[in-house]
Design a protein. Structure first.
Length: 164
């Protein structure tokens, strides 16, 4: 039996691009609120959370691209919910820096909430990333199991054609 082959370059590329995009988004929000120097300092302070959340986000996107390359009939909803949580967690890192501007637009309670619950929100983002990765891994395994009989029948048909 021949193994199911998939080009890994595209999933790896999109996973890396999405992880870098999320870090860029994180730095962009902080830079807009407090300036570039503070964004660098905050990245240093939250580095392990940023790595875990953006890395998990990138892995999920890469797995999703891989799953799509297997022509799976999976729902984008599970990844969207998990990656949405990752984005909220990344915003929670820097939302308390918006506290100066939020009262002006009537959202001071949101800034206080995000600042007070920054740690739990970040941990929830990491947990959701893990659950999203597990779900996509399960869907990939399921799809590959469906592809094995198809691969076998294609091999048998190719063998019959070349034997004539």
């Amino acid at each position: 039996m021949r193994a199911i082959r998939v080009d890994w370059r595209k999933p790896i590329f999109w996973g890396l691009v999405s992880a870098v995009f999320l870090v860029g988004f994180y730095l962009g929000v902080i830079t807009l609120a407090q300036g570039w120097a503070h964004a660098r300092d905050q990245l240093g302070a939250d580095l392990w959370f940023v790595i875990a959340i953006s890395g998990g986000f990138g892995i999920q996107v890469g797995l999703f691209v891989y799953l799509r390359s297997l022509h799976a009939r999976s729902s984008a909803g599970a990844m969207a919910a998990s990656t949405g949580t990752s984005t909220v967690a990344m915003l929670a890192c820097c939302a308390h820096h918006l506290a100066d501007a939020l009262p002006l637009i009537g959202l001071s309670g949101a800034a206080v909430f995000l600042n007070d619950f920054k740690g739990p929100i970040l941990w929830a983002g990491i947990v959701m990333n893990g659950l999203g990765i597990a779900y996509l891994g399960w869907k990939i395994r399921e799809q590959r199991m469906h592809l094995i009989p198809i691969e076998r029948s294609l091999q048998a048909a190719a063998t019959r054609t070349t034997d004539r």
